[in-house]
Design a protein around this ligand. Sequence first.
Ligand code: AMP
Ligand code: GLY
Length: 440
Amino acid sequence: MAVARVLVVGSGGRENALAWALARSQGQPRVWLAPGNGGSAAIPGCETLAIGASDGAGLLAACAEHEIELVVIGPEGPLAAGLADQLRAAGLAVFGPGADGAQLEASKQWAKQLMQEAGVPTAGFWVVESAEQGCRLARELNRPLVVKADGLAAGKGVTVASNLAETLAAIEDCFSGRFGSAGRRVLLEETLSGPEVSVFALTDGERLLLLPPAQDHKRIGEGDSGPNTGGMGAYAPAPLLDGAGLEEVRRLVLEPVLAALRKRGISYRGVLYAGLMLTPSGIQVIEFNCRFGDPECQTLMPLLEGDLAEVLLACAEGRLESAPPLTIRPQCSACVVAAAAEYPGEPQLGDLINDAGPGLSEAGADSCQLFYAGAKASSPGKFPGNGNGQLVTSGGRVLAAVAQAADFDAAFEAAYGRLAQVNFEGMQVRKDIGHQVRKS
Ligand code: AMP
Ligand code: GLY
């Protein structure tokens, strides 16, 4: 029996893309998003539930009411807080690791120790517990270091210092309380260099299914300048890793980490996301995350062909070997994010979003999609999917246009073409997403 009823937890563009892809699974399941965003109700086959991603009791009640067969948890916060454990304890099939496995992302120190234990290549590091200890060590080492708050800091807890003074300032900053409890412990790392690429594997704790490698664009400005963001665009498959390169990542990184997790008694069922740097001396792991990347997920989902709901259910049930095949469309996927004015600082909110382009239920959605993120209905209860409301901006990254084509030039042309049909006050778009793979 095909999966008929799925719940996706989260409210970003990533969750909209997951819900869209799940609803297109062979059994055409009904998909609920909790809470989703202003664009969610317009995704064919999807409905929203006004329940927050951290409201475990509310989500449990919704699962019972809607007879949910599979829960897919998008963001790291609820995973680290044990939402998957809570739902599994009630007998639900959940795609997403428990709080134990989510430490791969929630504690950089924990992840580093696991990598060391597993022999996974990663930068040398030191853990410090006070600004004084950190600054003393940095002075002794007398070279610029990468300074990282240990806990979850929404992608903002890392400074790649270019000299000792910057290293010292970043250490002081981490211990100043800016990252709350995430900054109580700080990692100092050796600085690596090389292009970065992300690899996503679906796993049932034993087996791995690798998706095409993707490249994100973290900086706000063109030419990879300015402060870091959650991600301003992405593309896949990144040619930085060919088939043999991906197999190397499986052998050197993913399989040893899964084995080390199992050794600690952790059955990790969800996405294993390895952020890699391809250094002159080989592949190095920069970080692990316990979820899909955003906007890499929006980029990857349209490339998947097959029964995603069945595959994620098989991961959740620890039997990935029995899942139907998930094939990858032999195409290039391009994703460009539109962000609100002032992002990644305090974003300007509440601006009307005009979109003259086709929705996800119209012709062409197979090769071009617009996924909303920081967007909400202009008046409560009204969604554009119902034809009686308009969207306004409600977050930093507002939406992403994604397109697939035979080559990257055509894919980016289509994605930028789709964005040209959208506007809102102060809309920020990087024009150079995919510069690594575009010829025009
Ligand atoms: P993270 O949040 O750990 O992914 O770090 C954010 C960004 O900082 C990464 O995408 C890299 O660009 C950079 N970074 C992190 N660790 C290192 C390192 N050891 N050497 C050089 N750059 C790094
Ligand atoms: N786009 C990077 C991330 O989701 O962490």
